[in-house]
Design a protein around this ligand. Structure first.
Ligand SMILES: [Zn+2]
Length: 364
């Protein structure tokens, strides 16, 4: 799938054939996540004016009762702007979009993309609408207003650490578009060929099995159950079901694992060590291929990077090719908001070009 290229630069105004802009125009950026969708209004310089978040399934799934247009009103109200000021809307989704605009692959959410875009078009008839992959949006957002902004004309790789693991790449200031839309699927890089448990992709040993929120929880529970099983050899023996239940109660989600790791809980620390090893090794493999100026970590888990960044950097340095060994690994200063910024940035780019983009996104 070849995506339309995009030059990333700080720009005050679109310079292309934009047609008539509303007074005090704003851009809406939406980032659809498996659990929550974040949206914000931005000015053309990328200043965030107001943000809002809502439950993705309640609003975006097929047959859902909520309305994305209603949620957009909440974001606009927080920004203190009117719907008529919206000049463009960017929609980042956790999947890929065909040239014809249909959803090709979107494994983590039941998303009715056609209904969403129809509702947005009806609510903002004057606005351009761009749809793009969320990892692509994240790297665009970070290059626009985040940690990689000083490398925006260079090579940037951003790895998102959320429910899954993905990546977006910018080369010489241009978003990289791949042949089949799979270029950012670094979550399925094999980092442990000895792994027996299968990944969601059907193979085993994928980066996502350790370095995602889902993977972190799974590893912590496995460690917890194994420790209980070991302890049971010298004490009253719990059943396997009891051990699994206790592990699930101890680690209901990734936040619980990270909190426990901060308290030096042994199961959580072991899971985080596995997470860091896999991520550091995975980043070294990415660097072998794309050799970026900077490796950026984004997504929800990156907001707790103080717990693992040192270990990830150490593992990276131990595994990277010598020319790439000193490549900086940084955390996006936009945190989990990268995707919103990037969606808005892409919408602004397309508004400036005033023409249909290529596959993988649409200007509607
Ligand atoms: Zn996989």
């Amino acid at each position: 799938m070849e995506k339309q290229t995009s030059h990333i630069a700080r720009r005050a105004r679109p310079r292309g054939p934009v047609g008539r802009l509303p007074d005090d125009p704003v851009i809406l950026g939406l980032d659809v996540g498996g659990t929550h969708t974040k949206m914000a209004a931005f000015d053309f310089d990328g200043e965030l004016l107001g943000a809002h978040a809502f439950d993705s399934q309640r609003v975006l799934a097929a047959g859902s009762q909520g309305s994305i247009a209603h949620e957009a009103e909440a974001a606009l109200a927080r920004a203190g702007v009117e719907a008529g000021q919206v000049a463009a809307v960017g929609l980042a989704i956790p999947g890929s979009v065909s040239e014809g605009g249909s959803l090709e692959l979107c494994p983590n959410i039941d998303l009715d993309l056609e209904a969403c875009t129809s509702l947005l078009r009806a609510r903002f008839p004057q606005a351009r609408l761009a749809v793009l992959n969320d990892a692509d949006a994240a790297v665009l957002g970070d290059c626009w207003r985040g940690s990689a902004s000083e490398h925006a004309g260079g090579n940037v790789a951003l790895v998102t650490l959320g429910t899954g693991v993905g990546a977006g790449f910018v080369f010489r200031g241009v978003l990289y578009g791949s042949a089949h839309g799979a270029a950012g699927e670094v979550g399925h890089l094999c980092v442990d060929p000895r792994e027996q448990e299968p990944c969601s992709c059907g193979r085993a040993g994928c980066l996502e099995q350790y370095a995602s929120a889902k993977g972190l929880v799974h590893t912590a529970r496995r460690e917890h159950a194994a420790r209980r099983e070991l302890a049971s050899r010298t004490a009253a023996s719990p059943s396997l079901e009891d051990a699994a239940r206790a592990a699930a109660e101890a680690f209901p989600d990734a936040r619980a694992v990270l909190d426990a790791a901060a308290r030096r809980d042994p199961s959580a620390c072991a899971a985080l060590e596995r997470f860091s090893e896999a991520l550091g090794f995975g980043l070294s493999q990415i660097a072998c291929v794309v050799d970026p100026d900077v490796l950026v970590l984004g997504g929800g888990l990156s907001e707790r990077a103080d717990l693992f960044l040192g270990a990830v950097r150490a593992r990276y340095r131990a595994c990277a090719l010598p020319p790439c060994r000193n490549t900086p690994i940084v955390v996006s200063k936009l945190g989990n908001a990268c995707g919103m910024y990037g969606a808005a940035s892409r919408a602004l780019d397309l508004l400036a070009r005033g023409e249909c983009s290529g596959t993988g996104e649409r200007l509607l």
